[in-house]
Design a protein around this ligand. Structure first.
Ligand code: AMP
Ligand code: GLY
Length: 419
């Protein structure tokens, strides 16, 4: 069939998509814009930023691609899929209105309330609100969310009343309002649902490790590692999540004038077997993609193209019984401002043995005068795939030990809740 695909973005998620697409029999060529050093080594990178909607459409047209797969949320909120479809190019990723489920947490809450989808209660706080009464309504811990795209940095969860009030006041000052949510206890899992108007399919659930420190302490990050399948999402939990959360949302999105075509990332909190929604994202997760895409055993391109063209129900994927785990190597300073430009050395090559496979997903990497260097906070991740989680973990940490980056840090406990 010889398809040509353009992937928009430049993180670990996009490298994982590039690997998966190149393993698809239906694919001839993969382009990535802007990509990273990992995608440059297997595909063709283009120097167009992910947020440059006009530039990405022009690139897709000049390459004559059969499909565009949009990684990050910002171009989706900015209307990249709408722009591509208007020139006849299939795009995996929702239109701008659909992307508001991630673009505005307030909007997402309104939709969930209307559809009776289980989620935390919310209060809207503005300059007129009696803040003391608001924070005392549910008490500690406080969950405060700015209603802006903040790359994972717009949420504070704290047991410190003064810190809560300070963040609330600062957010109201900069944004005019802020959301105070009821605290949900339980264990989190990420359910990536491929969706178009013809149907949906939930991929194996994964679990991210959002805090920077071992034992899930310290600052929130974009994600320090993930594994799949996550046993907290038992078959019974998956069934409840599908009937109480995914089905009503799918019916709603499919009834809109423009249907939702892409990945709906459902961030779940699972408490005593009962799932509720922490957040929606309108794209693949990062690093969840790195452990989910390798579990799809059917042709990835066929799946993504089917969704982009609204014919998923006739192209359902199949999955392997493997386990995957990925461990992020972060730059010195991350999740604060990272030190960039340091050389990355060691053995980054893939290896396969009788137990399984290990390889590197690049994220913030580039080259300078022929040397591999760090260019971001999450620099790369070592990923292991095997028939058990324990073996996959062994492989990933083995691979990571072969890579060197001055000042870098990683968590040694990825997968701890399942092992
Ligand atoms: P969000 O960007 O909405 O996913 O929030 C970031 C992280 O904050 C989540 O992954 C959770 O760990 C935590 N969080 C968000 N909302 C809640 C909530 N209502 N209850 C408990 N934890 C939450
Ligand atoms: N790993 C969390 C996210 O992709 O939003």
């Amino acid at each position: 069939m010889g398809r040509t695909v353009l992937i928009v973005g430049g993180g670990g998620r996009e490298h994982a998509l590039a690997i998966g697409l190149l393993e698809s029999e239906s694919v001839d060529a993969v382009h990535v814009a802007p990509g990273n050093a990992g995608s440059a080594s297997i595909a063709i990178n283009h120097n167009v930023s992910a947020g440059d909607v006009g530039g990405q459409v022009e690139l897709a047209q000049s390459l004559g691609v059969d499909l565009v797969v949009v990684g990050p949320e910002a171009p989706l909120v900015g209307g990249l899929s709408d722009a591509l479809r208007s020139v006849g190019i299939p795009s995996f990723g929702p239109h701008a209105d659909g992307a508001m489920l991630e673009g505005s947490k307030d909007f997402a809450k309104q939709v969930m309330l209307k559809l009776n989808i289980p989620t935390a209660g919310v209060q809207h706080l503005t300059a007129e609100t009696n803040l003391g009464a608001a924070v005392d309504r549910w008490g500690s811990p406080w969950v405060i969310k700015r209603d802006v795209l903040a790359g994972g940095k717009g949420v504070v969860v704290t047991e410190d009343r003064d810190e809560a009030l300070d963040f609330i006041r600062a957010s109201i000052e900069s944004d005019g309002m802020v959301l105070l949510e009821e605290f949900l206890s339980g264990e989190e899992a990420s359910m990536l649902v491929m969706m178009d108007e013809s149907g949906f399919v939930a991929l194996p659930c994964s679990q991210d490790h959002k805090r920077v420190g071992e034992g899930d302490v310290g600052l929130n990050t974009g994600g320090m590692g993930a594994y799949a399948p996550a046993p907290v999402a038992t078959e019974a939990v998956r069934e409840r999540a599908i009937s109480e959360i995914v089905e009503p949302m799918h019916a709603h999105l499919s009834s809109q004038e423009i249907p939702y075509r892409g990945c709906l990332y459902v961030g779940l909190m699972i408490d005593d077997g009962a799932p509720s929604v922490v957040e929606y994202n309108v794209r693949f997760g990062d690093p969840e993609t790195q452990v989910t895409v390798p579990l799809i055993s059917s042709d990835l391109c066929e799946l993504l193209l089917a969704v982009a063209e609204g014919r998923l129900s006739k192209s359902m994927p199949t999955f392997s019984n493997n386990h995957a785990i990925t461990v992020v190597l972060a730059a010195e300073g991350y999740p604060g401002p990272p030190v960039k430009g340091r050389p990355i050395t060691g053995d980054l090559s893939d290896f396969t043995d009788s137990v399984g496979r290990a390889f590197i997903h690049h994220a913030g990497t580039g080259t300078s005068e022929g040397t591999l260097i760090s260019t971001g906070g999450r620099v790369l991740a070592a990923t292991g795939i095997a028939s058990s989680l324990a073996e996959a973990r062994e492989l990933a940490y083995q691979k990571l030990s072969e890579v060197e980056l001055e000042g870098a840090h990683f968590r040694r406990d990825i997968g701890h809740r399942a092992l």
